[in-house]
Design a protein around this ligand. Structure first.
Ligand SMILES: C[S@@+](CC[C@H](N)C(=O)[O-])C[C@H]1O[C@@H](n2cnc3c(N)ncnc32)[C@H](O)[C@@H]1O
Length: 230
């Protein structure tokens, strides 16, 4: 069996499933593609305990989808937002939101070799992602790119869930053995890999306010990692 060749052949297959129908369904599901004001506040409460995004901060939302993180971060004063999203259908929904008209939207991946130069080095004060890390095809390469794109002392803020194999059902089931972090049940996997890519880990914790929401079915956690200045 040539495991690498088989896995490489499946690159982009998962993202390709976010076609117009899937993107619309995602975008219309509360807790996934849109959040109530109370849900947004819960995320901001948990985030405010672990990271400070100062006015004027230049923030990249990776795998921005239908714009949930961008909408939430708009509530903080003076944040400059860039949304990177490989599914054109997801990005179209984000771009159709009037409140996100000022977001710089880019259609593309973060974890392919050619993405190294997608952004100039040291562009961003923070890189955020929600529910993306579990679906990355190449997390190590992604985290190396994120490290390059961040300014010294910039922060990575990863929000993800402790998903199991059962969460990958129907036509998504075949992706679970392609994506390395698809069913990680450990809080250690993401910080371990971020550290291997040169980050200093500041925070690894469950999102207590978000996890108390009725729409949160899978426990969410947050990791904050800093690009060291040395
Ligand atoms: C579950 S959705 C989350 C969307 C959004 N972040 C949110 O919080 O609702 C996962 C998103 O990650 C994107 N994605 C998957 N692989 C990616 C990659 N390699 N680089 C960038 N984005 C990716 C998908 O296209 C999809 O929009």
């Amino acid at each position: 069996m040539n495991w690498l060749a088989r896995r490489t052949a499946a690159r982009r297959r998962g993202v390709g499933k976010y076609d117009a129908t899937e993107a619309r369904a995602y975008g219309e599901t509360q807790g996934l593609g849109w959040l109530t004001v109370d849900e947004e506040s819960a995320y901001l409460t948990d985030l405010s305990r672990v990271v400070h995004l100062a006015p004027g901060a230049n923030v990249l939302d990776i795998g921005a989808g239908t714009g949930v993180m961008c909408s939430m971060l708009r509530r903080l004063p003076g944040i400059e937002l860039t949304a990177l999203e490989p599914s054109a259908a997801m990005l179209a929904i984000l771009q159709a939101k009037p409140e996100l008209a000022n977001v710089r939207a880019i259609n593309g991946f973060c974890d392919e070799p050619q993405d190294h130069d997608r952004f100039e080095a040291a562009q961003f004060d923070a890189i955020v992602s929600r529910q993306v890390v579990n679906g990355l095809f190449d997390p190590l390469l992604a985290f190396r790119h994120w490290h390059r794109w961040l300014k010294p002392a910039g922060a990575v803020v990863v929000i993800d869930g402790l998903y199991g194999r059962d969460g990958w059902a129907g036509r998504w089931e075949e992706e679970v053995d392609v994506l390395p972090l698809a069913a990680s049940q450990s809080l250690a996997s993401t910080p371990y890999l971020l550290e291997a890519c040169g980050f200093h880990i500041e925070v690894v914790e469950r999102m207590t306010t978000v996890n108390a929401l009725p729409t949160t079915r899978t426990s969410r956690y947050v990791v904050v990692a800093r690009k060291t200045t040395r």
